[in-house]
Design a protein around this ligand. Structure first.
Ligand code: NOJ
Length: 741
């Protein structure tokens, strides 16, 4: 398996020229085409072998009967055709951003090219690039794939070859880098230790690698595995299917992917009922598929976190089978058992999220066991140190295997009241303000079954394991009060925790404004989310249709300015609303007790392209397709410069360029720009959004706008300044003095 290049430990970056740093494709092709005509070689044959090799080597390969002198003449002719043809030579996409990043990071760099000195200098000048060190074919005996050029560059820069990153867009160039013992980054879909879609991508990866810790200000993406990509045609998503879509995520600007549970499971709660925490379920492709996915994600510079579900297991877990066999079984105390109440009923009044009491009677041993979710999900006993030790080993196992951390399922539920006291009822006019549970559950004050203070000690314990692996732990904590939530990420507790204020919310701009400000002020370590697989989709909750989508995007712009990690639930990048699931076609266990709370609508398949199966599956999907239109699909939105996908991508690209210099602080403040707009300032970065449904009054922009949700022409290079009126849901990012690039 390929190593993950240590971008943080690099000593130099060595870049090829043609096709990598400089876009000269047209000029190269024209020259070879003319040459091919003159020498009577088919053009296609020439173009198939020419790229990345010195001209002399290509000529010798194509015309094996020529002697060395004739080869030299033919190669010179080919070069002569190129010298004066600089009309459309330009810097490759992201080249200037990358070079500015290298300078800012103090990383030495060089250009190592198969062109000769005259041509290289002319092309680099035409592209506006002035390398501190340039090695051409004139400086070496053999050209690529010989490693000589790269090794000489490393020597001249006094860099350890193993710490030099070679950036290439051709096979001979990559072979030269590998032969020099250097990690490689490949463009044009080629296979290197890293796969880049352009040089801006590398700039981003380098900035992130030098940001400590790596998850600070990262962009996360939730993959709901059963519905993301199906590689087998059985209608059920799997790891290989997810792997096929990693380029979509890399292009979007995702730094870390959260995969919902992939462990062995009877799938009564679609993976949140685990029967073996150390084995990948065959329906997701087994262990090998996970290894492959991790390698592919890491090659794109993305991290992957799993889903740690240890509030409960499946009732098919061997621990539970053993525990329920006898009161004397050594695993008995891994779960929570109690005698019946005097009337024979459950031991207390706690309720299952999925309906009915949280207790089920086990005939075999004459006691009840606790389950805060379905009876097939018995709760573990976190007051038992033996269980805690086992879970440490599970975490250790996966982190050693290559996972980069975990989202912690029901992170605040683990420890229960030691005396299992009854929950009081809430006053008749009050309800717990969360969805995804039954109405009956919302009527209790859950002061004893969940959110016990002892749970922090469990998180602190996991944190010690995670930190040994530089891994990230983000909690699912349904604590809407930001101050209380902040305690979960204090000190050495979880690295981050989702704040669900925007997930539990419909569209109420005033309230959202106040809540978001409180959350932003509470901690710089929160994870910002609008949706997940447990709640209606954001665009639907925010009003549906185009307005719902625009509202969601405006919130994404505000989120982009906040310290912490920012998350996208699959499909949110397309502005998807809830999928339509006809009655009788759902699969959610919660819907049995409370049809109105069904989570199926947020879980319908990801629409990749128009047509049957939506590019998600070639078979029949496990949940209905949801009534998606062609315009909902990734394929359609990719092609539309004003689509939700393209706009969000633009937002994230701009954000990542701002992340270093503009937002080097965690201090976030609400800014009063008047005119009823919402604005935040973080260092030199500002986010401004009109959350209202009417056009705002004129706002004097305190810094140049570098992103405008409604205008793709606004970029860091072409900022907008002065006074503006913001249309309903229009949102901007502003940046203080823009660093020269
Ligand atoms: C939270 C998960 O997100 C949800 O899907 C699941 O049903 C419960 N935890 C139980 O694990």
């Amino acid at each position: 398996m390929r190593r993950r290049p240590d971008l943080g430990g690099l000593e130099a970056v060595l870049l090829d020229m043609d096709g990598t740093l400089v876009d000269s494709d047209a000029s190269v092709e024209r020259a070879w085409s003319t040459w091919a005509g003159e020498y009577g070689v088919p053009v296609d044959t020439v173009l198939a072998v020419a790229h990345g090799s010195p001209a002399g080597r290509t000529v010798a390969h194509l015309l094996p009967r020529l002697g060395p002198e004739e080869v030299a003449i033919a190669a010179r002719r080919q070069l002569a055709l190129q010298y004066d043809d600089l009309s459309d030579v330009a810097a490759a996409p992201g080249a200037h951003e990358l070079l500015a990043t290298l300078d800012r990071c103090g990383l030495p760099w060089a250009v190592v090219t198969s062109a000769d000195g005259r041509l290289a200098k002319a092309r680099l000048a035409a592209a506006g690039i002035d390398p501190p060190l340039l090695l051409t074919i004139d400086d070496v005996r053999h050209g690529k794939p010989d490693p000589e050029g790269y090794l000489r560059a490393a020597g001249l820069l006094r860099a350890d070859p193993a710490a030099c990153l070679v950036v290439e867009d051709s096979e001979p160039g990559l072979a030269a880098g590998t032969a020099a013992g250097m990690p490689t980054a490949a463009l044009r879909g080629l296979d290197g230790d890293l796969r880049l879609f352009d040089l801006g991508h590398l700039a981003h990866l380098l900035r992130r690698a030098r940001t400590s810790p790596w998850w600070r200000d990262a962009v996360g993406y939730q993959v709901y595995l059963p519905s993301f990509g199906d590689s087998t045609g059985d209608g059920w998503g799997d790891l290989a299917g997810a792997g096929e879509h990693l380029d979509h995520l890399a292009r979007l600007g995702v730094d870390v992917v959260w995969l919902t549970p992939f462990f062995r499971s009877p799938m009564r709660d679609h993976g949140y009922d685990i029967a073996d925490h150390r084995v990948v379920d065959p329906s997701f492709g087994g262990d090998a598929a996970l290894d492959e996915l991790l390698a592919r994600a890491h090659r794109r510079g993305m991290r992957v976190i799993g889903d740690l579900v240890v509030n409960h297991t499946s009732d098919a877990h061997p621990w539970f089978t053993a525990a329920s066999s006898s009161r004397a079984d050594p695993y008995r105390d891994y779960y929570i058992w109690r005698d019946p109440a005097p009337d024979g009923g459950p031991p207390n009044n706690w309720l299952s999220h999925f309906g009915g009491p949280a207790w089920t009677f086990s005939e075999a041993t004459g006691q009840y066991y606790l389950h805060l979710f379905s009876p097939e999900q018995p709760d573990l006993n976190w007051r038992n140190p033996a269980l805690a030790a086992q879970v440490d080993k599970v975490i250790e196992h996966w982190l050693a295997r290559g996972l980069d951390g975990f989202r912690i399922d029901t992170a605040a539920y683990l420890v229960k009241d030691a005396d299992l006291r009854d929950n009081p009822l809430l006053p008749a006019d009050l309800l717990v303000p969360v969805g995804g549970v039954t109405m009956e559950w919302r009527r209790q004050d859950h002061r004893h079954d969940i959110h016990q203070p002892d749970v922090h000690a469990v998180h602190e314990r996991w944190r010690r394991v995670a930190d040994r692996h530089d891994a990230f732990l983000v909690g699912e904590v349904y604590e809407l009060d930001p101050g209380t939530l902040a305690r979960f990420v204090d000190g050495e507790r979880l690295h981050s925790s989702f704040w669900f204020g925007l997930v539990e919310s419909g569209w109420d701009p005033e309230r959202i404004d106040t809540m978001l400000a409180a959350a932003a002020a509470a901690s710089p370590r929160l994870s910002w989310v609008q949706g997940n697989h447990d709640r209606p989709r954001a665009a639907t909750r925010y009003g549906g249709g185009q307005v719902g989508r625009r509202r969601s995007l405006a919130l994404h712009v505000l989120m982009a300015s906040l310290p912490g990690t920012m998350w996208i639930y699959q499909g949110e990048e397309l502005g998807l609303g809830d999928g339509h699931v006809p009655r009788g076609h759902g699969a959610d266990p919660l819907a049995t007790a409370e049809p109105g709370q069904s989570r199926d609508a947020a879980r319908t398949p990801m629409p990749w392209r128009p047509g049957p199966g939506l590019g998600f599956t070639t078979g029949r999907p496990w949940l209905p397709e949801g009534g998606r239109t062609d315009a909902d699909t990734v394929a359609a939105q990719e092609a539309d410069p004003a689509s939700h996908l393209t706009t969000l991508r633009r937002l994230l690209t701009t954000r990542r360029r701002l992340a270093g210099p503009a937002a080097a602080t965690d201090e976030i403040a609400r800014a009063d720009l008047g005119a009823g707009v919402t604005a935040y300032r973080r260092g030199g970065l500002w986010a401004v959004a009109n959350l209202r449904d009417a056009t705002s009054a004129e706002v004097e922009l305190p810094a140049p706008a570098v992103f405008d949700s409604d205008d793709p022409a606004v970029t860091p290079e072409r900022p907008r300044t002065g006074r503006v009126r913001l249309a309903p849901q229009q949102a901007l990012l502003l940046a203080g003095p823009w660093p020269a690039s």
